[in-house]
Design a binder for this molecule. Structure first.
Ligand SMILES: *Cc1c(COP(=O)(O)O)cnc(C)c1O
Length: 339
């Protein structure tokens, strides 16, 4: 039912200096250490999703995300390891005229130098390229109707007798979120979770939050789970999505009822836009790295860590889920020039 590709369990570590400084007991679940090339939270979801792809005898894996998507990079890596062909549909928000049409290319060749800079030929994108993933760049508008583009490409693969498996954005459907139901079990085996006031995780596509919440409730724990929204999609939309994912988990044996009131997702730390950090987020990255040696990323975990510090109270014992994202940091290295 699930592959074993992640290095589990990931450790839970105490952060002594930041705990002292902020007057809280801060622990970190090191899901940034789930693997190397496919590190972060997505591998836990992909262990379920790619098992399904293999079971259905698929040859090609489609998924989508932002141009520096951690999920796309992890999908590319694990697909290669399993002998599947990854095709990544990457959203490029500021396309120049020359690149507004979809590019069917397996490399960045043919892209204007100026544009290549915009894309950033580093971070996750560099790994996607090295892993030999087929890259299809799409505009924001095309991304909104990604299913139509999938259909066109799918037909082409099927014409040559290949079967396509499609993974949703962030791997966030009920099957993918099962990865975090398992992670909840792992956490419970490592610490006395009922002694914690709250668990904090990023909300990007909602699967991590949904899985943790369903998992903890399923094993009988009431610990509060706080999601920090890192996107501009309002939290009530995420609450609906989380509820839906949890409802569909019944198909996989996780039959839990979660009230809307139990879902706590905070919108206040999303910054100017998805993947755009504030100066406070950048300062937070520097502070956490220089005090504890833990490196956060500018898209998800810095916003979440800051959100955790600002929305928890003195004396609380809290667990931060470090969901990874290290490669995305290198794609934004230029932002640290002023920090
Ligand atoms: C995708 C991602 C998240 C968000 O997880 P979702 O399950 O999509 O909400 C958090 N952190 C990192 C580093 C990610 O890549």
């Amino acid at each position: 039912m699930k592959l074993s590709m992640a290095k589990l369990p990931t450790p839970i570590e105490y952060l002594p200096k930041l705990s002292r400084q902020y007057g809280r007991e801060i622990y970190v679940k090191r899901d940034d250490m789930t693997e190397l090339v496919s590190s972060g939270n997505k591998i836990r979801k992909l262990e379920f999703l790619l098992a399904d792809a293999l079971r259905k005898k698929c040859d090609v894996v489609f998924t989508c995300g932002g141009v520096q998507s951690n999920h796309a990079r992890a999908t590319a890596h694990l697909s290669v390891k399993l002998g599947l062909k990854p095709v990544l549909f990457l959203r490029q928000s500021q396309l120049t005229d020359k690149t507004t049409q979809i590019q069917l290319s397996s490399s960045l060749k043919g892209i204007e130098p100026g544009h290549a800079f915009e894309l950033g030929t580093n971070g996750n994108l560099l790994l996607d390229k090295l892993l030999g993933a087929q890259l299809v760049f799409v505009t924001t508008e095309q991304y909104e109707n990604i299913d139509e583009i999938y259909e066109q490409y799918k037909k082409e693969f099927e014409r040559t007798g290949l079967r396509v498996y499609t993974i949703p954005e962030g791997g966030s459907n009920a099957l993918g979120a099962m990865g975090y139901v398992y992670a909840a079990g792992e956490i419970v085996s490592q610490v006395k979770i009922d002694e914690f006031d709250a668990i904090y995780c990023a909300v990007g596509s909602g699967g991590t939050y949904a899985g943790l919440l369903a998992g903890l409730r399923f094993i009988g724990y009431k610990t509060q789970i706080v999601g920090i929204n890192v996107t501009k999609t309002p939290s009530d939309r995420f609450a609906e999505k989380v509820t839906q994912i949890i409802r569909e988990m019944k198909d996989f044996g996780v039959d839990v009822r979660v009230e809307k009131s139990e879902i706590r997702i905070i919108d206040d730390f999303s910054g100017p836009a998805y993947a755009v950090p504030t100066n406070s987020d950048l300062e937070c990255i520097k502070q956490v790295a220089s005090s504890e040696g833990i490196v956060l990323d500018p898209v998800y975990t810095a916003k979440t860590f800051r959100g955790m510090l600002e929305s928890s109270s003195k004396g609380q014992k809290i667990l931060f889920i470090h969901t990874g994202g290290l490669f995305g940091l290198f794609a934004q290295a230029h932002r640290f020039d002023q920090i």
